[in-house]
Design a protein around this ligand. Sequence first.
Ligand code: FAD
Length: 388
Amino acid sequence: GSGKYKGMIEDCCCDYETVDNLNIEVLNPLLQDLVTTPFFRYFKVKLWCDCPFWPDDGMCRLRDCSVCECPENEFPEPFKRPYNIAGLPSDNPICQEGKPQAAVDRTIDNRAFRGWVETNNPWTHEDDTDNSEMTYVNLQLNPERFTGYTGPSARRIWESIYSENCPKYSSGETCPEKKVLYKLISGLHSSISMHIAGDYLLDESRNQWGQNIELMYDRILRHPDRVRNMYFTYLFVLRAVTKATAYLEQAEYDTGNNAEDLKTQSLIKQLLYSPKLQTACPVPFDEAKLWQGQSGPELKQQIQKQFRNISALMDCVGCEKCRLWGKLQVQGLGTALKILFSVGNQDQTLQLQRNEVIALVNLLNRLSESVKMVHDMGPDVERLMEDQ
Ligand code: FAD
């Protein structure tokens, strides 16, 4: 297992070791395959910032504030590179997305995706029906990793999320409903940090990328609660996926590429009906236990409002690729929340948008990667801790 992480994952139904094994042996390989399929690799997103907060923010008032396409002089001072990258303007990590191989794909034909409804998600701020401003991004060409985005702009977003929208609960809190949102966001934050540290620009002059183990330790691993929250978020999203089995199994994965689409369908089924998943961790999270008390409906409303705010904050992320992955993962979480908490009644049938399914599965893959990294890091981290 992951070194010192033993026993049951808090408020969940499986233990760390089981989750590690299940992840490494079954889920991670399937998810890694799945996200490369044509259906899952294109995400529809409104990329330009449309920040409803901080109207004084020069960056987000610019309609085309995208990191990769903005010339240097369009960036306000705080958003400029955090440190000097001498002699390598073309490899400015802030603008790495500008390289041709990472280009945004704006040509994917809408009609390639048939059979999906347009429906609303009360948990998110996204409006996928607003086609005019949406573009398709090839996620495989825009990996989530270190971008150099840091400083007041980035900090302000996390601060606003934690202080206004999901304050950390007090240590004696026993009500799981009051903990769930904080844990989900903290878990997502850990996962994002893992990917930054896991794919880091180690040597600017040689454009060398790789793992930054100190950073991984410093931001995540030395904070056991951040690691725990990440496992919690992974199981929460996994539960949402398994709960949506009936829907996901019959969904239309048609992209016009027959062989690839059959593969997508087959991978989805292997994931949903994995014997190991069904035996090792059949109910990764038990949502039925939540919202049962008298204040249940009220708490749910409150969390929904908070989550919508968090989703809106993603439009304020001042780095295009970070915004892309921020939006995708928050939409994925919003989809998980919708699956687990909006469809309580039998008479309400689940409806998902294509984009929600894409976000959900890609989020699960990102979390799965992070959980795997924590597991793989175990021995290295123990060595680091001994050195300190
Ligand atoms: P931050 O990660 O900014 O954290 C701020 C504070 O939050 C910390 O000081 C700590 O008090 C608290 N905190 C940290 N982690 C947790 C946790 N897991 N749970 C609870 N509290 C915590 N940068 C990239 O290079 N690539 C990206 O793809 C990227 N995507 C981003 C997406 C979003 C939505 C946002 C808001 C930022 C993104 N960033 C990205 C920036 C990155 O997340 C950090 O903000 C930046 O690297 C600066 O890190 P930091 O050390 O100041 O701490």
